[in-house]
Design a protein around this ligand. Structure first.
Ligand SMILES: [Zn+2]
Length: 419
C-alpha cells in the first residue's frame, strides 16, 4: 500500500519509438538482416523466417506510434485484467493502479561500432536528449488524454534516466552538460524520504513537463524515479581508468545519498554497440560485485535485470552470482523481464531459485523478497505478441504461489523503487 492505494508494477519496460535507437544496431539486435537473407531462400526460408518476420513487424508497428499512443496501446492491452472498478486483477489479487518505469537507454558513441559492407557504415550516435524530451512529452500527453476524456489512467509512469558517462565529461561547460550537471538537474533536490513522500512527489510531477528541456524556471527533479545504465552500449560499472571511475562513483554516491534506484542490464544478450567482450565483462554480475563490495557501495540499490540471462537447466554462473548478490546485499534486486514466456520458463525460474540457494529455506525466502516482475516490453515482442501475454503467463502459471506472485509484482518492486 502506498498513499492509500494498492499498486502492481512493471519495473522493466521500454517506451521508445523508431527514432530513438541506433537503427542499424537495432536491425542487428532484432536479427532483421539475417531473417531477410533467410527469407530470400525460396520455400524453406520463408517458412523459417515468416513467423519471425511477423513478430518483427509487430514490434516495428508499436514503435512507429507516438509515445502517447504507445502508452494508450499498452493500457488497452490490459483491459481484460481490469474489473468493474477499473482495478487490475492478477491471479485474484486486485490492484488499484499500476506503476510502470520505462527505462531510457543512452546508446554509446565511444565505440562507434560499424555495420559491415556498406558505405555509410558508422552507427549514428543518438543523443539521449531527444529520447528524454519525447518520453516526457508523451507522458504528459497520456495524462492529458485521460483528463480530456474524464477517465482514470491505469498507469503512473515514472521513467528511469539513461546515462552513459562515456558521452559526458565529469563537469560540463556552458554548452554541454557533464555527468554532475545531469545528476544535479534531475536529482539535485531529491532527498532520502519515506516511500509515501517519494511517491507523492513523483506523482505530483508526472505529466508536468512543458516540452522545454532547458527552462531555467522549471524544476526537473522528480521527473525520473531512477537511473538506467546499459553495459552492452559501453557502460562500465567499475572502470580502472581514474577519470572514468570518478564519473561512475558520482552516480553511485548520488544514488545512495538520495535513495535513487539503478537498473542495469544483466545478461549476455541485448542491444550491442560496444565490443562484445567488453559488453560481457561490463554486464557481468561479477563486475557489479566489485561495486557492491563491502568497502565500496554495499548499500547501492540496484536491479541486476534479467536474473543474469536465459535460465538453463543447470543454473549458469551469472544466475548464481545474481542470486548470491541479491541475498547478501540489502538493496540488490533482480527482475524476470525477457525471461519467462511460458510455464516451462517459470519452472526453470523456480529451479534456479532453489538450486542457487542450495535448497535452504531461509535463503530461498531472502531471494524471493528481491525478485521483481518486469516485461521488457517492447523488445519482448521478439518472443510474444502483446503487452498482455507476458502478464497472462505470470498470472496463470501454476509454478508460482499466490504469495510469491504478489511479492514479485507488488511488494518487491515497491521496496526497490521507494525504499
Ligand atoms: Zn530492457
Amino acid at each position: 500500500m502506498l498513499n492509500g492505494k494498492r499498486y502492481c508494477y512493471d519495473i522493466h519496460c521500454h517506451v521508445m519509438n523508431l527514432s530513438h535507437p541506433n537503427l542499424l544496431a537495432f536491425i542487428r539486435r532484432i536479427d532483421l538482416d539475417r531473417l531477410i537473407a533467410i527469407n530470400a531462400i525460396p520455400f524453406i526460408g520463408s517458412i523459417i523466417a515468416g513467423a519471425n518476420l511477423k513478430k518483427i513487424a509487430n514490434l516495428l508497428s508499436i514503435m512507429e506510434h507516438s509515445i502517447c499512443e504507445y502508452l494508450i496501446a499498452m493500457e488497452a492491452d490490459l483491459a481484460r485484467f481490469r474489473d468493474m472498478h477499473g482495478r487490475i486483477v492478477i491471479a485474484g489479487e486486485a490492484y488499484d493502479r499500476m506503476i510502470i518505469t520505462p527505462l531510457v537507454m543512452d546508446f554509446g558513441s565511444k565505440y562507434a561500432a560499424t555495420y559491415p559492407d556498406i558505405h555509410y557504415n558508422k552507427l549514428s550516435h543518438k543523443p539521449v536528449r531527444e529520447q528524454v524530451i519525447d518520453l516526457l512529452n508523451g507522458i504528459r500527453e497520456y495524462a492529458d488524454h485521460h483528463r480530456k476524456h474524464g477517465t482514470a489512467p491505469l498507469f503512473e509512469v515514472y521513467p528511469f534516466l539513461g546515462i552513459n558517462p562515456d558521452n559526458y565529461e565529469r563537469d560540463g561547460t556552458p554548452a554541454r552538460s557533464g555527468v554532475r550537471d545531469l545528476l544535479g538537474k534531475y536529482f539535485g533536490s531529491v532527498t532520502k524520504e519515506s516511500p509515501e513522500a517519494r511517491h507523492a512527489k513523483l506523482h505530483a510531477k508526472m505529466g508536468t513537463f512543458s516540452g522545454n528541456i532547458n527552462d531555467a524556471a522549471f524544476d526537473y527533479n522528480y521527473l525520473f524515479a531512477g537511473i538506467k545504465v546499459y553495459p552492452p552500449a559501453g557502460y562500465n560499472p567499475w572502470p580502472d581508468d581514474d577519470a572514468a571511475r570518478e564519473k561512475v562513483c558520482d552516480i553511485y554516491e548520488c544514488c545512495i545519498a538520495r535513495g535513487i534506484p539503478v537498473t542495469t542490464h544483466c545478461s549476455g544478450g541485448g542491444f550491442l554497440t560496444a565490443d562484445k567482450n567488453d559488453a560481457l565483462s561490463f554486464a557481468s554480475p561479477k563486475t557489479w560485485g566489485a561495486v557492491l563490495a563491502d568497502k565500496v557501495y554495499p548499500s547501492l540499490t540496484v536491479n541486476l535485470a534479467h536474473f543474469g540471462g536465459p535460465l538453463e537447466k543447470k543454473p549458469t554462473a551469472w544466475a548464481k552470482a545474481v542470486s548470491e548478490l541479491a541475498r547478501s546485499k540489502a538493496n540488490v534486486y533482480t527482475d524476470i523481464s525477457y525471461l519467462c514466456f511460458s510455464d516451462e520458463d517459470y519452472r526453470r525460474l523456480n529451479d534456479t531459485i532453489v538450486k542457487t540457494c542450495r535448497g535452504d529455506a531461509g535463503a530461498i525466502d531472502r531471494l524471493k523478497s528481491k525478485i521483481c516482475f518486469g516485461t521488457d516490453f517492447m523488445i519482448n515482442l521478439l518472443h510474444t505478441d502483446s503487452y498482455t501475454s507476458y502478464f497472462e503467463h505470470f498470472s496463470s502459471t501454476a509454478e508460482l504461489s499466490f504469495a510469491d506472485r504478489n511479492r514479485f509484482i507488488s511488494e518487491n518492486p515497491e521496496r526497490f523503487l521507494f525504499g
